[in-house]
Design a protein around this ligand. Structure first.
Ligand code: ATP
Length: 541
C-alpha cells in the first residue's frame, strides 16, 4: 500500500481559499482522520486526493505515482488512482440482492490481472479443507435439520465461512458427502489423491512452458507474476464477495434486498462493496453520520478491525472529534483551509500547538485561564491568573521566551502564522479563546489588545482536583454525573472552571470546595500569538 504526499496543495475559488498550502505525508497503512469544524476544507482535501476535485495548485503523489501536478499538467482521473470511496449516502441498488450489490463492481473490472490456473487453485483450497476430514464432516453434520435432512444452504455458508472459499468450491466439497461416510478419513484420502494429481499435472504443464506458481496458483516467470488483461472469473467474483462479506459479517444476508436490512447492516454492505475491489486507499466521508449512537460505536470498532485486516490506507473525514481521536493513527486538524496540527491523537490532545487546537479536541473542553506576567531568571513564569491569583508556571524544560517570541513574530511576518493566514481571506471566522465567566463581560471589555505579557494557561478538566485540600477556594456551580464520571463546574471568583472526576461523587450546588492542579500537563499559550509556549506545572503562591 502506498504513502500519499501532498505538497503545497491549494484550492481556491476566486479569493476564497478552501484549502491553503497544505503539506502532508500520509504514511503507508495509516488511518488518517481529517478533522475540523464545518467548512474548514476537509471534504475538499479528501476529494482532491481522490481526484474528484482539481486543486488550483500543488502536487499529490500516491505511492511512487504523481497523480496531480499543476506545473507538469498531470491529473490522473479517479478511476485510475486505485482508490475506494465510502460516503454518508451509500445508496445501495434497491433492486439487487446484497450479493449482487457487492458483485456488481467486480464484474465490470477489466484490467491487468494475474494469470491463474483456476483448477489448481481450487484443488489446493479443497486439499486444505480435507486436511482435517473429521472436522469437515462435523461441520456439515451440524447443518442437519430435523430428521437428519441436510440444510444445504446453511452448510454451504458454513464451509464458505470456515475455509474462505467460493460457493463453487464449497459445493464440490459438499459433494464428497463426508458427513455420511462411515469413515471420513478414507473418503478424504481418496479425494486428496485425485486433487493432488490435478496439482501435479498443473505443475508439469507450467514447467514445460518455463513457468512456476505462487501459493495462490498464479503463474510466475523468474519469480515475477504474469498478468493478462481480463475480467474476473465467476469463481473469483464469488470468492471475493464471500470474503468481504465475512469480514463485515453479512454472510447470512447475501440473498436479501437492501430494504430487508437495518441501517447498520446496509452500511456494512456498502463497506463490503467498497472493499471488494481491494482499493489501496479507502476514502470515507462521514460514513457513520446517518447511524444512531450505539451503531456508530459498533461500526467504529468494525472500521478499526477492517483497517488492520485489509492493510489499506484509510482517509476519513469527520467533524466528530471523538471519532477522530478513537480511530486515527494520525489526525489532520484543519481550520479555515489551513493545517493546524498533524499528529497522533494523544499528541494533539496533550501538546496542542495553538489555542484553537487545544479548544477543538477534548470533551469537556480545556479550561483557559487568563494570566499576565513575566518569566523570571530561573525560567519560571510569575503570573497573576484570573485577575487575582498569584501563580507560578514552571515549564517542563528550559524555555527561552524571548527567542520563541522572535520566532512567532517572524512566522507572522512571513504569513506562516495561523492568525496571519486567517486574516488574509476568511476573516469572518476568527477563533476567539473561550473564557467561561459567571457573567459575560460587555462587548467593549472583550476586545482586549494583548502584549508579550499576556498568556493563557490551558488546563484539561481531568487535571483539576476537587476536595478538602487545595490552594484555591471554589464554589460548586453545577454537577453532571454520568455514572462513570462526573463533570463539575466550579466558580472561582468571576470565572468558571470545568473539572471531571472519576466516579459519581455527589456535590451540591453551592458547596464550598478546595481546588488544585495536578500533573505537568498544563499548557502555556501566548495570548498575543495564540500559540503554545510550553507544557508545565501550575503552582499557587
Ligand atoms: P463540512 O464538515 O460542513 O462538510 P468541510 O470541512 O468538509 O465541511 P468543504 O466541503 O471542504 O468543508 O468546504 C470548504 C469550504 O469551501 C466551504 O466554506 C465551502 O463553502 C467552500 N466550497 C466548497 N465547494 C465550493 C465551490 N464549488 N465553490 C465555492 N466554494 C466552495
Amino acid at each position: 500500500m502506498p504513502a500519499i504526499e501532498l505538497s503545497h496543495v491549494t484550492k481556491n475559488w476566486g479569493k476564497f481559499y478552501a484549502v491553503d498550502d497544505l503539506n502532508m505525508l500520509i504514511e503507508d497503512h495509516a488511518f488518517v482522520t481529517l478533522l475540523g469544524p464545518s467548512g474548514c476544507g476537509k471534504t475538499t482535501t479528501l476529494r482532491m486526493i481522490a481526484g474528484l476535485e482539481t486543486p488550483s495548485s500543488g502536487r499529490i503523489t500516491i505511492g511512487d505515482k504523481v497523480v496531480f501536478d499543476s506545473e507538469a499538467g498531470i491529473n490522473v482521473p479517479p478511476n485510475k488512482r486505485k482508490v475506494g470511496f465510502l460516503f454518508q449516502n451509500y445508496a445501495l441498488w434497491p433492486n439487487m440482492t446484497v450479493y449482487d450489490n457487492i458483485a456488481f463492481g467486480l464484474k465490470n473490472i477489466k484490467e491487468a490481472l494475474p494469470r491463474v490456473h483456476a483448477e489448481a487453485r481450487q484443488a489446493s483450497e479443497m486439499l486444505k479443507a480435507l486436511e482435517k476430514p473429521e472436522e469437515l464432516a462435523q461441520l456439515v453434520k451440524d447443518c442437519q435439520g430435523e430428521g437428519g435432512k441436510l440444510d444445504k444452504k446453511r452448510a454451504l455458508l458454513h464451509l464458505i465461512d470456515r475455509y474462505g472459499i467460493s460457493t463453487f468450491t464449497a459445493e464440490k466439497l459438499l459433494a464428497y458427502k463426508l458427513d455420511q461416510a462411515a469413515d471420513p478419513a478414507t473418503t478424504a484420502a481418496d479425494a486428496r489423491k485425485s486433487l493432488e494429481a490435478v496439482l501435479d499435472e498443473a505443475e508439469k504443464s507450467a514447467k514445460a512452458q518455463g513457468l512456476s506458481f505462487n501459493a495462490d496458483y498464479e503463474y510466475l516467470r523468474d519469480g515475477v507474476t504474469q498478468t493478462e488483461v481480463r475480467r474476473l472469473t465467476k469463481e473469483e467474483v464469488d470468492r471475493t464477495v464471500r470474503q468481504v462479506g465475512r469480514v463485515v459479517k453479512i454472510g447470512m444476508f447475501m440473498d436479501r434486498y437492501p430494504a430487508e436490512l437495518s441501517g447498520g447492516q446496509q452500511q456494512r454492505v456498502a463497506i463490503a462493496r467498497t472493499l471488494a475491489p481491494k482499493p489501496q486507499v479507502l476514502f470515507m466521508d462521514e460514513p457513520l453520520s446517518n447511524l444512531d449512537a450505539k451503531l456508530r460505536l459498533e461500526m467504529r470498532s468494525e472500521l478499526q478491525r477492517l483497517h488492520l485486516q485489509t492493510g489499506a490506507t484509510f482517509i476519513y473525514v469527520t467533524h466528530d472529534q471523538l471519532e477522530a481521536m478513537t480511530l486515527a493513527t494520525k489526525i489532520c486538524l484543519l481550520d479555515n483551509g489551513t493545517l493546524q496540527q498533524y499528529a497522533a491523537p494523544l499528541e494533539i490532545y496533550k501538546r496542542p500547538v495553538n489555542t484553537f487546537v487545544a479548544d477543538f479536541v477534548g470533551n469537556p473542553s480545556i479550561n483557559f485561564l487568563p494570566a499576565r506576567g513575566t518569566q523570571d531568571g530561573e525560567g519560571t513564569f510569575q503570573l497573576t491568573v484570573m485577575d487575582h491569583y498569584a501563580m507560578r508556571f514552571v515549564p517542563e524544560s528550559a524555555l527561552d521566551q524571548a527567542a520563541l517570541f522572535q520566532e512567532f513574530k517572524a512566522d507572522q511576518a512571513a504569513g506562516r502564522d495561523r492568525q496571519a493566514q486567517l486574516k488574509k481571506e476568511n476573516a469572518d471566522q476568527l477563533f476567539e479563546v473561550p473564557v467561561a465567566r459567571v457573567q459575560a463581560p460587555l462587548l467593549e471589555d472583550d476586545k482586549k489588545a494583548y502584549d508579550n505579557q499576556d498568556f493563557w494557561i490551558g488546563i484539561r478538566p481531568e487535571n483539576l482536583t476537587i476536595g478538602d485540600e487545595g490552594p484555591l477556594e471554589a464554589e460548586v456551580y453545577s454537577v453532571m454525573p454520568t455514572g462513570m464520571e462526573t463533570t463539575v463546574k466550579l466558580r472561582v471568583g468571576d470565572f468558571l472552571l470545568t473539572a471531571v472526576i472519576f466516579g459519581s461523587i455527589l456535590y451540591q450546588i453551592g458547596d464550598k470546595v478546595r481546588l488544585g492542579f495536578k500533573g505537568q500537563q498544563a499548557v502555556l499559550f501566548s495570548s498575543l500569538y495564540g500559540r503554545t509556549l510550553c507544557l508545565g506545572k501550575v503552582e499557587v503562591e
